[in-house]
Structure formats: structure tokens, C-alpha cells
Design a binder for this molecule. Structure first.
Ligand SMILES: C[S@@+](CC[C@H](N)C(=O)[O-])C[C@H]1O[C@@H](n2cnc3c(N)ncnc32)[C@H](O)[C@@H]1O
Length: 467
């Protein structure tokens, strides 16, 4: 079928936007032909024609911050068939059984593609169901309670029928099945259970509004590696650091996919260096500045620690890449038009434990944050090469008495020679009938990365320097 299934991260809009951007601009050209809040279905222009395409999928998985797993699709069953085979209430069992037979036939004809060899083998499999939306009742009441046991039983049966010596499958804890809150197995379990081995597999049933895609997982995110960098680095402030996922996603929006080792990236609010650490993992040359000398020292120690961990040589004169300097003077310490990309999270405001008042936030914006962001855009304009990108976070602050407040970042950027690049090209994305799955033009100009109850929310913007 030459289609691949990508399991999206928890911020699925951002994951989808990142994936679409990579498919549009990297060497892995392709298109998202269908999606839900959990999976994206991708058709590549040529990746699948290469003999070692699995290696390419692994590389793609490594580059992407927002993707949990990638699988190869073997079949698709339309949603009417699924709904008839697994209705809310079974009235006519005979009819249901005959439709379920179609699903069994599909599983039977694809079993040898999933496992290659079954005869005389000890087979282990794990079924993962990704619904259209996790909070849909059809998932908790029908898919988990009826479709999942059906799949476990029928796949086991088919393996036996095809000569499998022994067959076992991953059993989800009963309490999650009963409560209807079931998470498919996590990426790190794939390694624990050896599910990339030939006689073992994770079989994904990924739903969209159109139907269910049946895939075998080929590669998955290694969260332990990212967690180690994030948590074991010598210096870290949990309160102010962005997540590894978000750092990698933002780096990808810079659209620097080739010869990364030659691309110079700056974070002018470097803090403890989260962006730069993941930029090193992604092969970039890194530079950082901050007003706080201690932070700059901490970042340098973190960066040296990381090169050591990766068993890579520390670049010569690395200390010259880090300076203690306020944002409004950054262009005095680097050459003009030196950088290929800038990724940064400026100060977002104080750490509020309770919602502040409108007037307090208004003051904060007018007196501190607006001048800070103006200086950031002015300086970044001088430092970036022409047509290169700045990916930046700005705050949305919830107030007690005036709703959510945000700075007019787009205007500040425009006044300083930048053009906004929407995070998602909606021309490239298919239409969905569920309003929760739709993308509107205004919505994709910038995307939010936050929990609903957060007082300060991060909003992600992407800008390009005009000539
Ligand atoms: C939100 S933190 C950045 C955190 C960083 N992304 C990390 O992962 O550690 C903002 C940083 O901006 C720095 N900062 C605040 N005002 C500044 C200014 N005027 N010029 C340069 N840096 C400033 C602070 O010292 C702080 O390290």
C-alpha cells in the first residue's frame, strides 16, 4: 500500500504541523493524506521505493519531536464496515458475524507481511488501538471492550492456524479496560517487549473519520534518551524549561534539514540551554547568550557534558559561542547576518501561583515584555541571514478579571522586518467533518503548547526575515 502511519504526540495539532512541514521541506517528501487527533497517514513521493526505507523511517523518527511511533500500513477498512461489525448494540448477531469475517480475512491476508514467518515460531504481539479522539464514547465503550478482545482472539487464532508454535499477546490491565481509559502501549515498551523483532510485533489499528488503518510499528521515539539529556544535565530549572519535544519541534520549523552541522543556531535567552542541547543532538552548531552570567556558565557546562555523553569532540573555541549580554546588545557580539536560525523563549513573566489581575498583566506587558520582544525582533533581524527563520515563544496570560491577554507579536515582528509563517499549510491538509479536528486559517498562524489550567501559556510563532 506504500502508506505509513505516524502516531502523533499529545499536542496533536503541533505534531501534525511539524510533520507536514518536514514532509514539505526536508528530503523526505510526502503528504498527509488522512489524520485524526492520534494518527497521521502519510504517502511519500519516493521513500518507500528505497530498499532500506526502514532506515529512512528511523531517521525521520529521530528528527521529529512530535511523533511517537511510525508503522507501515498493510490494510484499510472503511468506517461503515467497522460500525456494522461493532455496533453500539448488537441486534442481529448473524449479520455482525458475517461482517466481522471481512476483518478476519484482512488480518489473515496480512499476517505474513506483519510477521514474515509464523510456522513453528513463538509469536508475541500487542494490539494498539488509536481512536479518532481518545474521549469518544465509541472508543471507551465499543473499541476497548469489544474490538480489542476480538482482535486478540482472532489474531491468536490465525497465528495458530498458520502453524505458529506458541502465541501470546500483551494484556492491558483490566482496570483500564473496565474504566474505558486505555492508553496504547508507550514507545519505550516497544523496546522492553522486543516488538521490533521478527517474531514479535505491535499491530496498530489507527482510526480516522474514514476508517481504520492496520499497520505494524517499525520505529518509535526513544523518550529515555531525551529524558536523560533533559533531567541528568548538570544544570536544570524545571520551572522555566521547555520540553525536549517542543525544543525539537521548534528547531524543525527553522527548515534547516540539510548540512545541519554547518548551520549556526542562536538562542539569545539561553537559560540552561534546552534548545541548544537538543540542537546539538540534531547536529547544529550552537550559540547562546543571556543577561545572567550564571545561566551562561551553566549552559556551557551542560553543553560540554552533552558532547561528552555523546562521545563527540567538543568544538574548538566553544567558549566563544556563549556570551553574557542583554538582548538589546546581542548584535554587538556576533557578526551581522551570521545565523541560519534562531530558536528562543524570552522571559514570559513572573511565575504566578494564582491568576493575576488584568491591570497587573497589562503593566507587565507595556513596561517589560513589549520592550523586551521589540528588542528581540530588532536584534534578531540584524543577526539572521536573509530569508532565515526565527521560531519564538510568547506568553498568553490568564487574568482574574480580563480573560486571556497576549502581546501583539505579529505587529512587533512586522515593524522589524519579519513576515509571519503560518505553522500549518492548510492547503495541504484534508477536510474533516468533526469540528474538533478542523484547522482554520486564523488558528494556524500560531499554536499554543500548554495545559488548559496553566496561568501562563506558551504560544509558538514562526517568522521569516524579509530581504
Ligand atoms: C524563560 S527563560 C529561558 C529558558 C530556556 N529556554 C531554558 O530552557 O532554560 C528566559 C531567560 O531570559 C533571560 N533574560 C531575561 N531578560 C533578559 C534580557 N533582557 N536579555 C537577555 N536575557 C534575558 C533570563 O535570564 C532567562 O534565562
Amino acid at each position: 500500500m506504500n502508506r505509513f502511519l505516524f502516531v502523533l504526540g499529545s499536542n496533536w495539532q503541533l505534531s501534525l504541523a511539524e510533520l507536514d512541514n518536514v514532509l514539505k521541506n526536508s528530503q523526505f517528501k510526502g503528504r498527509i493524506i488522512d489524520y485524526s487527533a492520534n494518527v497521521a497517514i502519510v504517502e511519500f513521493e519516493s521513500l518507500h521505493n528505497e530498499i532500506h526505507y526502514v532506515n529512512n523511517l528511523m531517521e525521520l523518527q529521530y528528527i521529529l519531536g512530535g511523533i511517537q511511533k511510525i508503522g507501515e500500513i498493510y490494510d484499510f477498512i472503511d468506517i461503515q464496515t467497522i460500525n456494522q461489525a461493532f455496533p453500539w448494540k448488537v441486534d442481529n448477531y448473524k449479520k455482525v458475524e458475517s461482517i466481522r469475517q471481512k476483518i478476519i480475512e484482512s488480518l489473515s491476508s496480512n499476517l505474513l507481511r506483519i510477521f514474515r514467518r509464523v510456522k513453528n515460531e513463538n509469536i508475541f504481539f500487542a494490539v494498539s488501538i488509536y481512536p479518532n479522539l481518545f474521549d469518544e464514547d465509541y472508543y471507551s465503550q465499543v473499541l476497548i471492550k469489544h474490538f480489542l478482545p476480538f482482535l486478540n482472539k482472532e489474531i491468536s487464532h490465525l497465528i495458530k492456524e498458520k502453524g505458529g508454535k506458541k502465541v501470546s499477546y500483551y494484556k492491558y490491565p483490566d482496570k483500564y479496560i473496565k474504566s474505558g481509559h486505555l492508553n496504547p502501549i508507550f514507545p519505550h515498551h516497544l523496546i522492553t517487549y522486543g516488538l521490533f523483532n521478527e517474531d514479535r510485533a505491535e499491530i496498530i489499528f489507527g482510526f480516522t473519520e474514514e476508517g481504520v488503518y492496520i499497520a505494524r510499528t517499525f520505529t518509535a521515539d526513544d523518550p529515555n534518551f531525551k529524558k536523560k539529556i533533559d533531567e541528568e544535565r548538570p544544570f536544570k530549572e524545571f520551572k522555566s524549561s521547555i520540553s525536549p519535544k517542543l525544543a525539537i519541534i521548534m528547531l524543525n520549523f527553522l527548515n534547516l534539514f540539510e548540512k545541519r552541522e554547518k548551520c549556526s543556531i542562536l538562542d539569545p535567552f539561553v537559560g540552561n540551554g534546552t534548545f541548544l542541547l537538543f540542537a546539538i543532538v540534531e547536529d547544529f552548531r550552537v550559540f547562546g547568550t543571556d543577561i545572567d552570567e550564571e545561566k551562561v556558565q551553566n549552559t556551557m557546562r551542560n553543553v560540554n557534558w552533552l558532547y561528552n555523553e555523546l562521545e563527540e569532540k567538543v568544538p574548538l573555541f566553544l567558549e566563544d559561542h556563549f556570551k553574557t549580554i542583554a538582548i538589546d546588545k546581542v548584535s554587538t557580539v556576533f557578526n551581522e547576518s551570521f545565523f541560519d536560525g534562531i530558536c528562543t523563549e524570552p522571559e514570559l513573566g513572573p511565575f504566578f501561583t494564582e491568576k493575576p489581575y488584568y491591570s497587573e498583566v497589562n503593566d507587565l506587558f507595556e513596561k517589560i515584555l513589549k520592550p523586551l520582544y521589540e528588542a528581540t525582533f530588532r536584534e534578531c533581524y540584524k543577526l539572521l541571514k536573509s530569508k532565515k527563520r526565527l521560531c519564538i515563544i510568547a506568553p498568553i496570560i490568564s487574568t482574574v478579571d480580563g480573560g486571556d491577554l497576549q502581546l501583539n507579536i505579529e505587529l512587533i515582528a512586522k515593524n522589524n522586518g519579519f513576515i509571519l509563517i503560518p505553522l500549518m499549510d492548510i492547503e495541504r491538509i484534508v477536510n474533516k467533518s468533526n469540528i474538533r479536528l478542523q484547522f482554520r486559517k486564523e488558528q494556524v498562524r500560531a499554536l499554543i503548547d500548554a495545559r488548559k489550567d496553566q496561568i501562563i501559556k506558551r504560544k509558538l510563532y514562526l517568522f521569516e526575515k524579509l530581504d
